[in-house]
Ligand binder design. Structure first.
Ligand SMILES: [Zn+2]
Length: 397
């Protein structure tokens, strides 16, 4: 494969602190990048750029690492706009609407699930996302959970078995029966398509003892743990995640001092999902407390039809800056390197030699525009492994 020189980069955020201005963003100005065999081969000042076979001129635009969206529920059928409308009119969010999506997903064909997820994934690519994690959890029976994960695996290697999303209605009087299924036959059917095991550890979903069973069974089946926790109230999710050395605990809207301490002394990332809080009109997580305690923070969309129906990481960044009081630099690091860390990936999330050549070209001179221009189409181009991801609706320049 030939080497391609990307020149005319007005501002390059590498997220590699040993480069450029040696800030957390490793910022370079008047920069260039060489991609070879899908990887970054060189970054530096444009005037020092080596000769290359091909050249792409970026006209002074800013370049950032491709976003790593480490928490999505992309494979489902149907939509829940009526529930959203009712919630905005004052009804509280309880998570109960999940069963609406489960019914629609069970009834959908694999082709329909594939088409819906593919459309959403194309939106993500157009918004600068180059790596996406996808969870199951809208099947809640063996055949549908397996089908969801088979579709997800066609789209990404970062697939997560979330049979323990909620106890489905048909097991309402037999929780033990559902736990036996989720840790037994369903896990066995799904594990070949999954890298991760997840559990919704929350009152109304799975309690501490149940969550331990789910995670332990998943780990025994060769999956790596991650946890949904502390979204709707204080609870054991964070402590459990740390005890299991989970890669990430996601939501973290309600954290105690003990939770902060546990995270600070662990390798578990706190993944924050501000669109879930925005779209359920809930309180926002205390990102400043996490960052000030030294916890690694990731930002993700939580893309799902109930509580956070967005595919846009730039919108997530804008919310994190406005509502979490993260700096634009902190939010960008959390949306790239943070997401990579939440997936325990060391080949993505940075633009430094050896990393995958995954990046977004902004129609702007600075990464700050990601937060400064909320709701605008700031992403001009998305490249993954050195190849351009084609715009989904023919939106070529
Ligand atoms: Zn989620």
């Amino acid at each position: 494969m030939s080497a391609t020189l990307f020149s005319g980069i007005g501002e390059l955020a590498t997220c590699e602190p040993t480069l450029g201005d040696e800030s957390s963003l490793g910022l370079l100005h008047d920069a260039a990048l060489v991609a070879e065999d899908g990887r970054v081969a060189w970054v530096g000042r444009a005037s020092d750029a080596p000769a290359s076979d091909e050249r792409v001129e970026l006209g002074g635009r800013a370049v950032v690492p491709g976003f790593v969206d480490s928490h999505t529920h992309l494979v489902f059928a149907g939509e829940r706009s009526a529930e959203f409308e009712a919630r905005m009119a004052g009804e509280p969010y309880t998570g109960g609407g999940i069963m609406t999506t489960v019914a629609a997903t069970r009834a959908a064909s694999s082709g329909e699930l594939r088409a819906n997820a593919g459309r959403l994934l194309a939106e993500m690519h157009a918004s600068g996302t180059t790596t996406v994690e996808i969870k199951s959890g809208y099947g809640l029976d063996v055949a549908t959970e397996r089908r969801i994960l088979a579709v997800a695996r066609e789209l990404t290697s970062e697939t997560t078995f979330l049979g323990a999303h909620v106890v489905p209605a048909e097991y309402a009087n037999d929780r033990e029966g559902y736990l036996a299924l989720v840790t037994g036959e369903m896990l066995a059917a799904c594990a070949p398509f999954a890298r991760w095991i997840d559990v919704f550890c929350e009152s109304g979903a799975f309690d501490e003892a149940e969550s331990i069973r789910v995670l332990a069974a998943g780990v025994a089946a060769g999956l790596l743990p991650r946890v949904h926790g502390n979204q709707l109230g204080y609870g054991p999710g964070v402590q459990l995640a740390v005890e299991f050395d989970a890669a990430s605990v996601d939501h973290c809207t309600h954290l105690s001092e003990e939770d902060l301490d546990a995270l600070a002394y662990s390798d578990t990332v706190a993944t924050l999902l501000p669109v879930a809080e925005f779209s359920t009109r809930s309180r926002y997580a205390d990102a400043r407390a996490l960052l000030d305690a030294g916890v690694t923070v990731a930002l993700a969309t939580d893309c799902n039809p109930g509580s956070a129906f967005t595919t846009s990481m730039p919108f997530v960044i804008a919310l994190a800056v406005r509502e979490y009081r993260m700096t634009p630099a902190e939010a960008l690091v959390a949306a790239t390197l943070g997401g990579a860390t939440a997936l325990r990936r060391t080949d993505i999330g940075r633009l430094a030699p050896g990393f995958s050549a995954d990046f977004a070209v902004l129609d702007a001179p600075s990464y700050v525009h990601l937060a400064y221009r909320p709701g605008s189409q700031v992403i001009a181009q998305t490249w993954r492994a050195g190849a351009r991801l084609v715009a989904p609706r023919g939106e070529e320049e």
